[in-house]
Design a protein around this ligand. Structure first.
Ligand SMILES: [Zn+2]
Length: 190
C-alpha cells in the first residue's frame, strides 16, 4: 500500500449523503486548513446514521447542521468514506471549523475497549494521506479532546477535559508517531 493505492480505496459518498433541507453549506478556502482532527462517533452508528443525526436537531444546533460534520468516516470494517469536499466548513470543532478537517471512526469511545485494529490502521493511513495531500505536519493531527475550548478548558489553571473524543483508549502521541513513520515510508517509495 502506498499513497496512491490508499487513495484508490477511498469511497466517495459526498454526493449520496443527504444535506439539510434549508441551510446553506458553509464554505472556506482549502488553504485555511492547518490541522486534521480525529473523532469517534461515541455511538454504534455507521456513516448514514451519523449523517441523519447531524441533520436533525442535535447537541450542536437546535435546528440541525447544514451537512454531515465529518469530511471522512471509517466504518468498523475499515471502509474509508469521503463525505465532504475540502472547501466545506463543517461543524465539528466550534471555533476551529474553518482551519481544520475532521475524520471520524465508528467507535463508541469506551476507555476500556480499543477500536478495531483495521480502523486504527486505516486512520493512520488516512491521516498520513491528508498530511501529504494538504501539506500538514503530523504534529498537527490532533484528537478532538486536544483542542482548546471544544475539547478542554483551563479552569483556575487546571486543564479540564470536556470531551474524551476519539476515546481515552487511543494514545494520540502513539498515533501521531505512526502517522509520521508511514509518511516517511510513503515518501521513500514515491
Ligand atoms: Zn469529536
Amino acid at each position: 500500500m502506498n499513497y496512491f493505492e490508499f487513495e484508490k480505496t477511498i469511497q466517495d459518498i459526498s454526493k449520496k449523503l443527504s444535506v439539510h433541507q434549508s441551510k446553506e453549506i458553509p464554505k472556506r478556502e482549502i488553504s485555511q486548513i492547518d490541522k486534521i482532527i480525529f473523532h469517534c462517533t461515541a455511538q454504534n452508528w455507521n456513516v448514514w446514521q451519523v449523517c441523519d443525526y447531524d441533520l436533525k436537531p442535535n447537541h450542536i444546533d437546535a435546528s440541525g447542521c447544514p451537512c454531515i460534520t465529518y469530511t471522512y468516516f471509517i466504518e468498523k470494517n475499515g471502509t474509508v468514506y469521503k463525505c465532504l469536499d475540502f472547501d466545506v466548513k463543517s461543524w465539528h470543532v466550534g471555533k476551529w471549523n474553518a482551519s481544520s478537517l475532521g475524520f471520524c471512526i465508528a467507535y463508541n469511545g469506551n476507555p476500556k475497549i480499543k477500536p478495531k485494529k483495521i480502523q486504527i490502521q486505516k486512520a493512520i493511513e488516512l491521516a498520513a494521506y491528508l498530511c501529504l495531500k494538504l501539506g500538514i505536519e503530523p504534529k498537527n493531527v490532533l484528537g478532538h479532546r486536544e483542542l482548546e475550548e471544544t475539547g478542554f478548558r483551563f479552569v483556575n489553571g487546571e486543564k479540564i477535559l470536556r470531551k474524551e473524543c476519539p476515546g481515552l483508549a487511543i494514545n494520540l502521541d502513539d498515533f501521531r508517531e505512526n502517522v509520521f513513520s508511514l509518511i516517511k515510508i510513503w515518501s521513500k517509495n514515491e
